[in-house]
Ligand binder design. Structure first.
Ligand code: GLP
Length: 239
């Protein structure tokens, strides 16, 4: 695991974009694993700028997102479908992009279908991750064991509170989500995790130096052969 500490959040976004841009240049038909939340936005802005400047072409790339809320319409302002359209897909030329369907009539079947689709595409070449304050990745919350495949998860109180800021009121925050499992994330050939702000300092400390435990889902990344963690000074404060 490589950890790079930057002066500020903007540099974290630029550094993540450098890794993704070089991935796409080296392998134009890359399968990219994408994430939502405020942390990846800087990276997406840099990738959009490179695309618009004519130096980065996504026309052969396919992307799969980590997660989506359940029981929230896809066109809802807070859905991850909407987030990805607004923050990235509307501004670049990705060949195809997929986000799991949190409204599928048969959610168990959707979980299986999503994993099978990623596998059939050849697996994720580079996975972008944020991290929750409790160490969650995707929506894999602290638990007694690591998850494997894509699954339906109950969000913890800490995640509901953290995501409340995007919704009109707390009761509007969905309680369930569909998320790639830890096994799916770990299957990516390369993983890039970005974190900024003091809120993330404890999760980063536990991820980088604590025991590998499902109580801190991101700690499993220490067992992956190719992980890069990009953080600003505030998120690195406790390291
Ligand atoms: C949500 C997402 C995660 C993300 C986390 C942190 O829970 N499911 O993928 O990493 O939020 O979000 P932020 O980057 O806004 O702090």
């Amino acid at each position: 695991m490589q950890v790079h500490v930057f002066e500020n959040a903007q540099q974290v976004g630029k550094a993540a974009a450098v890794l993704f841009a070089s991935q796409v240049m080296r392998k134009p038909d890359s399968i990219l694993g994408l994430a939502t939340g405020s942390s990846p936005i800087g990276c997406y802005q840099e990738l959009i700028a490179m695309h618009q400047a004519g130096v980065l072409d996504f026309s052969q790339c396919v992307s799969y997102n980590l997660d989506e809320y359940c029981a929230l319409p896809q066109d809802h302002a807070c859905s991850y479908h909407t987030f990805m359209r607004e923050e990235l897909f509307d501004h670049i030329n990705m060949k195809a992009h997929f986000v799991p369907d949190g409204n599928a009539a048969d959610l168990a079947a959707e979980c299986k279908r999503y994993d099978a689709a990623i596998q059939a595409a050849g697996g994720i070449d580079m996975q972008l991750l944020g991290i929750g304050r409790n160490g969650h990745i995707g929506f894999n919350e602290p638990a007694d064991s690591f998850t494997y495949g894509t699954q339906i998860v109950e969000l913890t109180e800490s995640t509901i509170q953290a995501n409340r800021r995007f919704f009109d009121s707390e009761k509007d925050v969905p309680r369930r989500a569909i998320s790639l499992g830890i096994g799916g994330i770990m299957s990516a050939k390369e993983i890039v995790l970005v974190a900024m702000g003091e809120d993330k300092a404890e999760a980063i400390l536990k991820t980088v130096t604590g025991p590998v435990t499902p109580q801190v889902p991101a700690s499993i990344l220490r067992t992956h052969p190719h992980v890069t963690i990009l953080v600003d000074k505030a998120a690195a404060k406790l390291l």
